[in-house]
Design a protein around this ligand. Structure first.
Ligand SMILES: Nc1nc(SCCc2ccccc2)c2[nH]cnc2n1
Length: 162
């Protein structure tokens, strides 16, 4: 049972090449989740919408510009003995400009849908990535142990609208 007193508003954007059935993931070079592959994202700044924040983070972290984005999910991540939850708004983009490049934050790499490096990712990702590939909108709550690696409880629901 999580007892958060506040939530941090965050974004996560997944770049999909649907023709080749590939996803662009970045190896996080510093900060929260360092050493794990993830989508691109981070904090939403004051004065920007969540979607604008996602687009900005993608550009900063990969040098790609999302032309269109689809809202696909919303995950709440909570951690034992941590009063701050992470409210992560998840988007996909299939229409983007530019080529991915390594930045200070991320080293981007394309992966086939069939061989995503889940062993080097957050443990919840293997549970909700199938919803992303099937374009099924979802909400999830994943409650982690203090080690930030072990999932104590989880809820994952398909929804019609986000
Ligand atoms: N895939 C995934 N991502 C995150 S944090 C994503 C939001 C974020 C936070 C800070 C910098 C950049 C992006 C997770 N936390 C717990 N499980 C998780 N799975």
């Amino acid at each position: 049972m999580s007892s958060i007193t506040s939530k941090k508003l965050l974004t996560l954007i997944l770049v999909l090449n649907e023709n080749e059935q590939k996803i662009l993931l970045g190896m996080k070079k510093r900060g929260f989740g360092v050493g794990l592959y993830n989508g691109f994202g981070g904090k939403v700044e004051p004065g920007e919408t969540i979607e604008e924040g996602a687009r900005r983070e993608l550009l900063e972290e990969s040098e790609l510009e999302a032309v269109e984005m689809e809202k696909i999910g919303n995950n709440l991540f909570t951690f034992e003995n941590d009063p701050v939850g992470l409210d992560v708004h998840i988007y996909t983009t299939t229409r983007y400009l530019g080529e991915p490049h390594e930045t200070e934050e991320m080293n981007p790499q394309w992966f086939s849908y069939a061989d995503i490096p889940f062993h080097q990712m957050w443990p919840d990702d293997r549970l909700w990535f199938p919803y992303v590939f099937n374009k099924t909108k979802f909400t999830g709550h994943f409650h982690f142990a203090q080690d930030q690696k072990t999932i104590i409880s989880q809820e994952l629901i398909a929804v019609q609208h986000l």
